[in-house]
Design a protein around this ligand. Structure first.
Ligand SMILES: Cc1ncc(COP(=O)(O)O)c(C=O)c1O
Length: 413
């Protein structure tokens, strides 16, 4: 089998229809869709019985280690529509020193920083852009906190699709630059991501672009679902006890939950599910507030602020799906302070040699907090998500320079 078979070999596909996540109403597959007729996210449904017959664990094990190995469980029908920049399987790494230090049990982190454009947004956007190519979409637009826009720009440019991207004014410089360099038209907006989303929504009718906002099109979630497929395979067709996920729009959390259900339906895993923990920043925690109040929906969080810009999402259209997943799984939603995020980031970098992004560090801080308050037990195997490479974020300057012309005081080393 060649290394690129996943990108070149036609495989049977099994999409039957799209389903409204709120009402269950059916929508036709292979047509352009944004939200359902009820204004809610659409979920892709498959002939799972057909997949069960067509795909075996052994056949899968022969395939190259990338996201496209799961083709039967993905919406793209023809290989010519696959727009790939090399979506490698991301490693799961133990953090034994941190676990020992804070009195934890088995502590693992899935490092999504290895993906194209340096974040897990590549998973969702490679699928959205491949489907856009399949459906003949010529212009895509999106509001972004940075990483999603970078992934959209990269994949859309690769596919020859025009992109227009809007991000909050204070989006990290590196994100705005990479979006622009990767061929998109990018604008800063003096507001938050939902303000950017309003511009995208308005332009839909006026410019005719396709709105790729989180959960406002059906395929980003299918891409993010591969995190669940991949980690279940990495765990030997099992799942960890608890997953800590940095939650903004929540696509990954909802996607993984969908992945586990599909894997059980095709007989690849049993009924065990991880407890899903939605991690948010204390300065923007709409899901935590709604979870604690027992509500089904999470109203907008005013004056949102946090150093973890990826999870600065004041309001999410998939709020009810995030909350449903957290509750169904027996998990919880937890907020961590910016100080705990910074401290966690430094601690893991210094002691494990692993540079997390602030959103990833938020999951570590949340694990630590949950261990201390008893919501997670030492006996539980916990998986954190580092969703982007720490190298994409501003790093503290180091200002120690030696003058090689002067004698060096070696006693300082
Ligand atoms: C680094 C990072 N972490 C987490 C998130 C939140 O992801 P989701 O929308 O799946 O909740 C984002 C979204 O922008 C991000 O960029």
């Amino acid at each position: 089998m060649r290394y690129d078979d996943n990108l070149t070999a036609e495989r049977k596909t099994f999409v039957t229809h799209l389903e409204c996540a709120a009402t269950g109403e059916r929508h036709a597959a292979d047509e352009i869709h944004n939200l359902s007729r009820a204004g809610k996210p659409l979920l892709v449904r498959y002939d799972l019985g057909g997949i069960k017959t067509a795909l075996s664990k052994d056949a899968l094990a022969q395939r190259a280690p990338d996201l496209w190995r799961y083709r039967e469980l993905l919406p793209v029908r023809r290989v010519r529509d696959v727009v790939s920049l090399g979506e490698a399987v991301t490693p799961i790494m133990p953090l034994p020193k941190m676990a020992a230090k804070i009195g934890g049990g088995e502590l693992l982190v899935k490092d999504e920083g290895r993906l194209p454009t340096g974040s897990f947004k590549a998973r969702g956007l490679v699928m959205a852009v491949s489907m856009a190519k399949a459906l003949g979409i010529k212009h895509m637009a999106m509001p972004t906190n940075g990483n999603a826009g970078a992934a959209l720009a990269a994949y859309a440019s690769h596919a020859g699709i025009k992109t227009t991207i809007f991000c909050p004014e204070d989006t990290p410089e590196v994100n705005v630059s990479e979006i622009g360099l990767q061929g998109a038209e990018v604008f800063r907006v003096n507001g938050l991501i939902d303000d950017c989303g309003k511009i995208v929504g308005e332009g839909k009718a006026k410019v005719g672009w396709f709105d790729v906002s989180t959960l406002k099109e059906p395929y980003r979630i299918e891409g993010k679902k591969t995190m669940g497929l991949e980690l279940a395979e990495q765990f030997g067709w099992s799942v960890p006890d608890v997953i800590f996920y940095p939650t903004g729009g929540g696509t990954g959390l909802i996607g993984m939950w969908k992945a586990f259900a599909e894997l059980e339906a095709i007989g690849f895993i049993g009924s065990k599910r991880p407890r899903m923990v939605a991690v948010q920043a204390a300065g923007c925690a709409p899901m935590v507030r709604a979870y604690e109040q027992g509500s089904e929906h999470a109203p907008r969080w005013e004056n949102a602020h946090t150093i973890a810009s990826g999870i600065r999402v004041p309001q999410a259209i998939g709020d009810f799906l995030i909350l449903r997943t957290v509750r169904e799984s027996g998990g919880f939603a937890i907020a961590v302070s910016d100080e705990a995020i910074s401290e966690g980031l430094k601690e893991v970098a210094r002691e494990e040699g692993f540079l997390m992004c602030p959103e990833g560090a938020a999951t570590y801080a949340a694990y630590k907090q949950s261990l201390a308050d008893g919501r997670v037990k030492r006996s539980e195997q916990a998986l954190l998500f580092n969703c982007a490479t720490g190298l994409k974020y501003p790093l503290p300057p180091i200002r120690r320079t030696l003058d090689r012309h002067k004698p060096i005081d070696f006693s300082m080393f």
